[in-house]
Design a binder for this molecule. Structure first.
Ligand SMILES: Cc1ncc(COP(=O)(O)O)c(C=O)c1O
Length: 369
């Protein structure tokens, strides 16, 4: 494995120092929560090695919404990030090939690169409303293809790929005898759409990944999971987890259980906040002459771009935004795209922060032209 630090991590708000940022429009989660607000008593948690797959009650809660999945189809991991690492390093080696969409969450491209396997990157196009073309993926499949890798709801566009498309990809994976990763880390941020079942329900060739980071505002407890109905593969995934960390933090698991157990009261509040912010964001966007977007459907991010007729000084734009306005968004290069694209997160900021952050962005775009 050859590891490379990614720009999205080097320039992330936590690495830049939260104290230096006032208007944080770069996050892809809802606002981080405080432990004190959960009213949870952790005094009786025994600090032993936890169950290697993840504490049973947590796995039960994760699969609760499904009539098909069992707790044994769930492996708790240290955030979705580790689920993705476990999955990639188990399924792929340097003589294999995968098909992966881009833009994407960086790890979904970078870990296969670290493994040094061959990749066909399918670039989603703004002009095509960031839709996935199944035929393009089909054409990219090779005899040594082991994995098709997508993210849904999609980061950074906020696009939701419908069930029909997911079914087609499942069928393609089955025909091609490879696996389908559906990174569903944003699934509970369906603030205006129905929640689809986990894709892993559809076939034992599918691996779904998710976590409490984005929708519960709890990335600091590092709890995620992968779901797969293939028992042999789950055995191998567990072997990988045991070699990485044995088990999760039992404290983190207890907090994650509390969050998921109470999701029916917690999530609607987050969704309400997102809807309020999004309503303002849409209004603001409608007044922007320099920007264009594919309107997001779920999640808390979107990926607009500066219209082709405008030629901003891109370095100046992002530098001024940060250094003079203490405001950040996610520049395109975080996603291996030109910096005329930017990811804007509208779920993390408080309402007033979003308003000011957006008007700061508008001013900086004007200054950079
Ligand atoms: C699509 C996607 N998958 C996985 C992750 C990693 O999330 P976690 O904090 O659960 O490790 C992220 C974080 O940005 C993400 O955007």
């Amino acid at each position: 494995m050859r590891y490379t630090r990614m720009p999205i991590e080097i320039e992330s708000p936590e690495e830049m120092g939260y104290g230096n940022i006032r208007y944080n429009l770069a996050e892809s989660s809802v606002r981080d929560i405080y432990l004190r607000d959960l009213n949870i008593d952790l005094k009786d948690v025994v600090l032993f090695y936890g169950e290697h797959k993840g504490i049973t009650k947590l796995r039960e809660t994760i699969k609760e919404e499904s009539k098909i999945l069992t707790a044994d189809d769930v492996l708790v991991t240290t955030g979705a990030a580790t689920a993705l690492f476990v999955m990639a390093t188990t399924l792929l080696n340097s003589s294999d090939h995968l098909v992966v969409i881009r833009p994407n969450y960086g790890t979904n491209l970078e870990t296969p690169r670290a493994i040094n396997c061959a990749m066909s990157i399918i670039d989603l196009k703004f002009e095509n409303e960031f839709e996935i073309d199944v035929n393009e993926i089909r054409k990219a499949i090779q005899p040594n293809t082991k994995l098709i890798s997508i993210t849904n709801p999609h980061n950074p566009t906020g696009k939701v790929f419908d069930e029909k498309l997911i079914q087609q990809l499942v069928q393609l994976a089955e025909e091609s005898n490879c696996h389908l990763l559906v990174d569903e880390t944003y699934r509970d941020l369906n603030f205006q759409t129905e929640l689809n079942p986990y894709a892993a329900e559809l076939s034992d060739k599918v691996i779904s990944v998710s976590s409490v980071s984005k929708s519960f505002g709890a990335p600091g407890i590092r709890i995620g999971w992968l779901i797969c109905r293939d028992k042999k593969l789950m055995h191998d995934f567990l072997a990988a987890k045991e070699q990485i960390c044995l088990c999760n933090s039992v404290v983190d698991e207890e907090i994650a259980f509390h969050l998921l157990h109470n999701k029916k009261t917690i999530l609607p509040k987050h969704h309400e906040h997102i809807r309020t912010n999004f309503a303002h964001f849409k209004q603001w966007f409608a007044q922007q002459s320099c920007l264009e977007w594919v309107e997001p459907q779920a999640g808390v991010v979107c990926f607009p771009r500066v219209k082709a007729e405008y030629k901003p000084d891109k370095e100046k734009l992002y530098d001024t935004l940060f250094s003079k306005y203490a405001t950040i968004v996610g520049p395109g290069h975080w996603f291996e795209q030109d910096k005329i694209y930017m990811r804007i997160g509208f779920g993390y900021p408080l309402f007033e922060e979003l308003k000011t952050g957006l008007s700061n962005l508008e001013e900086c775009i004007a200054l950079s032209l």
